[in-house]
Every structure is written in structure tokens, then in C-alpha cells.
Design a protein around this ligand. Structure first.
Ligand code: UD1
Length: 362
């Protein structure tokens, strides 16, 4: 029996690993299946609202190991994960380390494993924003430079990897596990308690957590006031990430149409996205979910590592200049949003494809 470590540390990781675990569990019912897994939670996210609720709602089993690293600076957190995961591998090695996405846990565990000659599989490999000011971009570059098996979400990612000299035979274009989770749960989305009387298309949903948008208080104040004005009095529901909360508390002028709420569990959050007039965000994963739910999406960043959400999907790259927001929202209010489609292989079967491939290679 071969054992795969499945690494998860932060909120978007939980959404990406849930269907991979389900695929393994399904396959374990057959007696000739020779793969088992060990679920390793690094503890990067630890609050009930950032972690526990996702495990419960998505049916993720209790982790076999929790490294409990908690918060810190970029280097502190990355180093703490490397030290703890290396200790685990030295005591009990696994046959493969499977990491997802681009958070600190992704890069830290890939490094610790590869230095012990344990092969690394990266799910969501090859995406690039071309912006080194984002910690996630550094994590992508580091992880892909020491990955053995590259599972990709798009042809853009395949091309990026080929340009880096990755051998074609190690690139597996499989689709998007985040969309596996969305499609598996789409009929179970449910309203949060504060939302029961709202009608579709009568509110916006906003998320902001990138250091570049939220760490500077004046910048954040200008941004949210530009959004407040351009949304023409419609309610803006804003589930506030813990990082953003620290800055919001110091802001003096808050737009009247803003409704700040706690971070929401998966089913409630995506219920809100599905019924919204549009999503305004600086997240990457949300642009993918909005695309599949055919909801207009405005990304408040200057680049995206997920260009297919713009070329195929409903996403528009608005940039970080607050003056750009109103003209884009004016188009939405004029019912002049582009038609969106669904990127190739975002069909809910990605995790099964990944497990089929891993079965052949480990
Ligand atoms: C991380 C990821 C980002 C991902 C995001 C999703 C990196 C570099 N960034 O950013 O890609 O989109 O998660 O949320 O890995 N905190 C809590 N409770 C928690 C977790 C964090 O209060 O459960 C606080 C921390 O104390 C810290 C802040 O939130 O001050 C940021 O957390 P951190 O995990 O460092 O990065 P994120 O900004 O969440």
C-alpha cells in the first residue's frame, strides 16, 4: 500500500482537497486499489470560521495530523510548517506529498518533502500572475520548481510549465478540483440567517484580503468608498477576512450600503455569490466559482493567474485603481456584461482523473 500525504493549511486548500479525498475513499472500496492517504492540516488557518466549518460542511475527515503552526510573518509561518512537517516525515515517511494551490503550506511542505526525496505532486500547478509582490506567486514558483507531477487547471498553465522546461509527460491537464466541490454542492447551497428576505440580483458580494489592497488603511478606505458609490445604493455584503478586519476597524468613513459580516461557511457563501448582481473580489478562487455559476465578477487586481476566467468566463480584471470601478459597474447596470462560458474540463470529474493518474505513477 502506498501512502499519499494530502496537505491542507488554509481555507481555499480545504475546498480543493475535499473531492480528492472523496475520490480516494470511493476507490478504496475496490480490493485492487493500492493507495491510502494521510491528511495533514498544517494549522495555517485555525479558526472555526476559516477552517472547522469547511471540514464539517464538505465532509472532510478529521486530519490524521495537525501541525498547529498558527499565524506569523511569511517567513515564520513557512519555516514553522517546514520544521514540523519534516519532523513528521522523518518519523513516518510517506510515498508522495500532494500539495494544492499556492499558500504558504503548499510551498513549505513541498520543500520539506522533496529534500527528503519524497516526490511532490502539485494540484493547480503552472498558474502565474507575473507579480512577485504577491506571496502566493512566490509560493507557486517555489513549488513548481521542485514538483514531480504537475496537475493543471488550464492550457495557460500547461504553456507556462512548458516554457519553464517541464517535460510534457509530467504535465497532466485534469481540470479544477475547486469546481468538483462546487458542482457536488450546488444543490445544497443555503442562505445565511441574515439573508432570508433578500431577492436575487439586489445585492453585491465583496471580498478583499490581498495585502496590497487591505494592509494600507487609507488605500482600503478609498477603495471601499469607491465601491460604495459605484454600487448605486444596493447592499454590499462584505464577509470580512481576519486580515482585513484589522484594517477595517481603523477606517472612519464607511459607505452606508455596506453590510459587514463574519467569514461565511462554504454553502452560505456560494449561495450569496449565486444570487448576487455581481461579485467584487481580489480572490482568485472566487473568480473561478463565479465563472461556473455565470455570475458577473469584478477582480480588483492588476493581474490574474487565472486568465481563463477572463477570456472564457464572467470575470473582468478591473485593476487596483479605485477610479476604474465605476465605469465597469456602469456597464453592469446597463445590462451590458459579457456572456461567460465554462473552461475546458471544469466538469466535476477532476479529482477522479487525478487519482487515476496517481494510481499509475506511484
Ligand atoms: C492565506 C493565503 C491566501 C489565501 C487566504 C485565504 C498565503 C500566503 N496566503 O492568506 O493565498 O487566499 O489564506 O484566506 O498563504 N488569521 C486568523 N484566523 C485564522 C487564520 C488567520 O485570525 O484562522 C489571521 C492571522 O492572524 C493573520 C491573518 O489572519 O494575521 C492572515 O492569515 P494568513 O494565513 O497569514 O494569510 P491570509 O491572508 O489568510
Amino acid at each position: 500500500m502506498k501512502v499519499i500525504d494530502i496537505i491542507a493549511g488554509a481555507r481555499p486548500n480545504f475546498i480543493k482537497i475535499a473531492p480528492i479525498i472523496k475520490s480516494i475513499e470511493k476507490r478504496k472500496k475496490s480490493s485492487d486499489f493500492q493507495i491510502d492517504y494521510r491528511l495533514v492540516h498544517t494549522g495555517q488557518h485555525y479558526d472555526k470560521k476559516m477552517s472547522g466549518d469547511f471540514f464539517t460542511q464538505l465532509g472532510i475527515p478529521v486530519p490524521d495530523i495537525n501541525l498547529n503552526v498558527g499565524s506569523g510573518t511569511q517567513a515564520q509561518q513557512t519555516a514553522a510548517i517546514m520544521v514540523s512537517y519534516e519532523e513528521l516525515l522523518l518519523k513516518e515517511p510517506s510515498n508522495l506529498c500532494l500539495v494544492v494551490g499556492d499558500v504558504n503550506s503548499t510551498a513549505a511542505c513541498a520543500i520539506a518533502a522533496q529534500k527528503l526525496c519524497i516526490p511532490v505532486a502539485h494540484v493547480e500547478a503552472g498558474i502565474r500572475a507575473g507579480d512577485w509582490s504577491m506571496p502566493e506567486e512566490i509560493n507557486r514558483i517555489l513549488t513548481d520548481s521542485i514538483t514531480n507531477y504537475f496537475f493543471t487547471t488550464s492550457s495557460y498553465a500547461n504553456e507556462n510549465l512548458k516554457k519553464l522546461g517541464v517535460n510534457n509527460k509530467d504535465i497532466f491537464f485534469v481540470g479544477n478540483t475547486m469546481i468538483d466541490t462546487l458542482l457536488a454542492n450546488i444543490d445544497n447551497l443555503r442562505p445565511p440567517a441574515f439573508m432570508l428576505d433578500k431577492k436575487n440580483n439586489e445585492y453585491f458580494i465583496l471580498t478583499l484580503h490581498r495585502p496590497g489592497n487591505v494592509d494600507d488603511i487609507n488605500n482600503l478606505e478609498t477603495l471601499i468608498n469607491a465601491i460604495g458609490e459605484a454600487t448605486r445604493g444596493l447592499e454590499v455584503i462584505f464577509p470580512v477576512h481576519p486580515r482585513t478586519l484589522k484594517s477595517i476597524e481603523s477606517i472612519k468613513q464607511i459607505p452606508k450600503n455596506f453590510n459587514f459580516v463574519d467569514p461565511l461557511p462554504y454553502l452560505e457563501f456560494n449561495y450569496l455569490v449565486k444570487g448576487s448582481k455581481a461579485v467584487i473580489t481580489d480572490s482568485g478562487g472566487i473568480t473561478e466559482e463565479a465563472t461556473v455559476m455565470n455570475v458577473p465578477c469584478l477582480t480588483l487586481r492588476d493581474s490574474t493567474e487565472r486568465p481563463e476566467t477572463v477570456s472564457v468566463g464572467t470575470n473582468v480584471l478591473v485593476g487596483t485603481n479605485p477610479n476604474n470601478i465605476k465605469p465597469v459597474l456602469d456597464k453592469l447596470f446597463a445590462n451590458n456584461w459579457k456572456e461567460g462560458g465554462i473552461p475546458e474540463l471544469w466538469d466535476g470529474k477532476t479529482s477522479d482523473r487525478i487519482i487515476d493518474i496517481l494510481e499509475g505513477i506511484i
